[in-house]
Design a protein around this ligand. Structure first.
Ligand code: MN
Length: 206
């Protein structure tokens, strides 16, 4: 159980195999074309987390990371995939699908609450605690603090177990198929955000 830190790409020999990958990103903010991608976090559920940091002016030439993220045979787990898919496609040029999104699954089964944050899910479904103190910190500096590294790694630490729990509930409520259709649409949803339809719901009448 360790957190591995890498600059500009993954090493060639890590995260091989076909296990699902938990993925998260940290950026300079919420506006993808303006706010650069600073960090990609990945875990295969074995207990280790890999952090790939990109510096200012990065070329995002990361062949090993792109190969892993873009592998169409490998499921990627996210919490709020819509944002991460957009950032990864915009900066790294790969579509990091197929997708499972724990926030969408939560909205489809936890209809008794409006609390769908990762922290809420980890507490309720796994009985563990997750700190979000570093969420809004500066991810663009020359050095990431230990607290930032721990926080970044913890954002991918629980996604495999959350998926297992959420799959049981999606099945129980008969919403697996609907969830899968949403996941299949997510790369397009992220592209609509990038193309100017971020706020406008093209399914609405208005
Ligand atoms: Mn995060």
């Amino acid at each position: 159980m360790a957190v591995y830190f890498h600059e500009e790409d993954l090493p060639a020999d890590v995260l091989q195999g076909d296990a699902p990958l938990a993925v998260d990103t940290e950026t300079m903010g919420l506006i993808t074309p303006r706010d650069r991608l600073c960090l990609v976090q990945i875990s295969d559920g074995s207990g280790d987390e890999h952090l790939v940091r990109f510096g200012p002016g990065s070329s995002y030439d990361a062949p090993n990371l792109k190969a892993v993220l873009g592998d169409p045979k490998r499921l990627k787990l996210y919490h709020y995939a819509r944002f991460d898919l957009a950032a990864i496609e915009y900066y790294l040029g790969v579509t990091a699908a197929p997708v499972f999104c724990t926030k969408i699954a939560s909205k489809l089964v936890r209809t008794y609450t409006d609390r769908h944050g990762l922290k809420n899910l980890v507490e309720e479904l796994l009985g563990e605690s997750l700190s979000k103190v570093q969420q809004s910190s500066d991810w663009g500096g020359p050095n990431l603090s230990d607290a930032q590294r721990d926080y970044a790694a913890s954002d991918v630490r629980f996604l495999h177990r959350l998926r297992d729990e959420l799959l049981v509930r999606l099945e129980r409520e008969g919403r697996l198929e609907m969830a899968q259709a949403c996941y299949d649409f997510l790369p397009t949803r992220a592209r609509l955000d990038m193309a100017g339809w971020a706020e406008h719901d093209i399914f609405s009448h208005a």
